[in-house]
Design a protein around this ligand. Structure first.
Ligand code: KE4
Length: 426
């Protein structure tokens, strides 16, 4: 019998490219038919066939509280009945700006936008405008949204400028982007030795979640901060995924590094379209209407999205919130690893706060090459086995996963037990 997921997927492809509104949702990396979800509550989601899953994607990070948290829903409803959008300032925007600058001490000022892509695109333009330089440095395997300057892959040589990684990106724009290996302080030092006074900005994921999970070395972070400061380049921490996910202080608080600009998304909107970029006053004052760097948005600071964000940011400040989230994520990683080892399966897992990585490899990788050496096919088999058992992981071996505050010890234990059954039967 054809499942409703299948019927919907076939119908979706009539008028939506690939049947999805964002490529990773199409399951092309893992194969099979994507899940169409109809309902979420707490740690669970239900698909179009009524099948229940424990959710370890959480909309790719925003749902740190779990699905449909009553306080967030109430805040959204209270805002919505007063009007969905004004295209004019509202007091709630001041409240969330004040709160973000309080929770992120490196930010004197912040501008709200509607997606992580907008946040990083705007931060890069701002860094270029502030420094008067064009060159952008990013790292292989890091994803910062789909603005043209970021859809660039490494050039032929380590220090040669980038080539487009997507159709439609002009080669002469990609030429301004240098793509370096992540966690490689020597390569970064060499790039600054060669191009130091031309580099406008360096952007990175301070914990990578887009080539699976990769943790930065202290040396790499130190080199980033020292070299950008020495050469007058703007250091951008893209905390769209790590922001309020790895801790209340985000990655910058966890690692004790103060970036010049930061970007946020996902958790700050609590599942609604809200993102932000912010940083030092002297840089942020270059943004229109104060300064010459243009940036705008019809729905920027949308009051309904801001209401969801404020409700979420309030709840994550509860005493013990991150201790519990980290403990549950640790329980998952330890449990899966122990289960795999018990049955002789090459597998490991690691986490930072409430985001985790799963790898079919002996040890957890710390580089792009290390991730590429993991057994992707084994992950894909694991993904489908767990999906069938009612545990929804990210449909790609190159994505981080997420635990929410709604996941209980019993939920995690059930996921570990399902994984052990599969490891045992391999
Ligand atoms: P959005 O434009 O998708 O809101 O944010 C882009 C972005 C920026 N920076 C980081 C570190 C990100 O992880 C993202 C988006 N993350 C992906 C998950 N790998 C979103 C999922 C998707 O593309 O559908």
């Amino acid at each position: 019998m054809t499942s409703r997921n299948q019927t919907l997927f076939e119908r979706a492809q009539q008028h939506i490219p690939g049947g999805v509104n964002s490529p990773v949702r199409a399951f092309r990396s893992v194969g099979g038919v994507p899940c169409f979800f109809e309902k979420g509550a707490g740690a669970r989601v239900w698909d179009a066939d009524g099948k229940e899953y424990l959710d370890y994607v959480g909309s790719w990070g925003p749902l740190i509280l779990g699905h449909a948290h009553p306080d967030v829903l109430a805040a959204v409803q209270q805002a919505a009945v007063k009007g969905l959008s004004f295209g004019a300032p509202t007091e709630a925007e001041l409240d969330i700006a004040d709160l973000l600058c309080q929770l992120v001490p490196s930010m004197d000022m912040v501008r709200l936008v509607s997606s992580g892509t907008e946040a990083t695109m705007s931060a890069i333009r701002l860094a270029r405008g502030y420094t008067g330089r064009d060159m952008l440095v990013k790292f292989e395997g890091c994803y910062h949204g789909h603005s043209d300057s970021l859809l660039v892959k490494a050039g032929s040589g380590l220090l040669t400028f980038g080539n487009p990684s997507s159709g439609g990106v002009p080669a002469d724009l990609a030429q301004h982007t240098l793509v370096l290996p992540y966690n490689d302080p020597a390569a970064l030092a060499e790039a600054f030795a060669q191009h130091g006074d031309k580099i406008a900005t360096v952007i990175l994921e301070p914990v990578v979640g887009n080539m699976n999970l990769i943790v930065p070395s202290a040396e790499f972070l130190q080199a980033l901060r020292e070299l950008t400061a020495k050469h007058g380049a703007v250091l951008i921490f893209d905390e769209v995924m790590t922001g309020f996910r790895v801790g209340l202080g985000s990655a910058q608080g966890l690692f004790g590094i103060t970036p010049d600009l930061s970007t946020f998304g996902k958790v700050v909107g609590g599942g609604m379209p809200l993102a932000a970029f912010g940083g030092k006053r002297e840089i942020m004052e270059q943004i229109a209407p104060l300064g010459p760097v243009y940036q705008a948005g019809t729905l920027s600071g949308n009051p309904v999205a801001v209401a969801a964000g404020l409700a979420t940011l309030k709840l994550i400040q509860a005493p013990g919130f991150y201790e519990n989230l980290t403990a549950r994520t640790h329980q998952l990683c330890e449990g899966l690893t122990a289960a795999a080892r018990k049955h002789g399966v090459k597998f490991c897992a690691q986490h930072v706060g409430g985001m985790f990585g799963l790898y079919f490899a002996e040890t957890c990788p710390d580089s792009f090459d290390g991730v590429m050496a993991c057994d992707k096919e084994a992950f894909n088999r694991f993904f489908h086995a767990m999906l069938a058992a009612g545990h929804y992981f990210a449909p790609s071996a190159f994505e981080a996963g997420f635990v929410s505050a709604a996941h209980t010890e019993a939920d995690i234990a059930a996921t570990v037990a399902a994984a052990e059954a599969w490891f045992a039967a391999r």
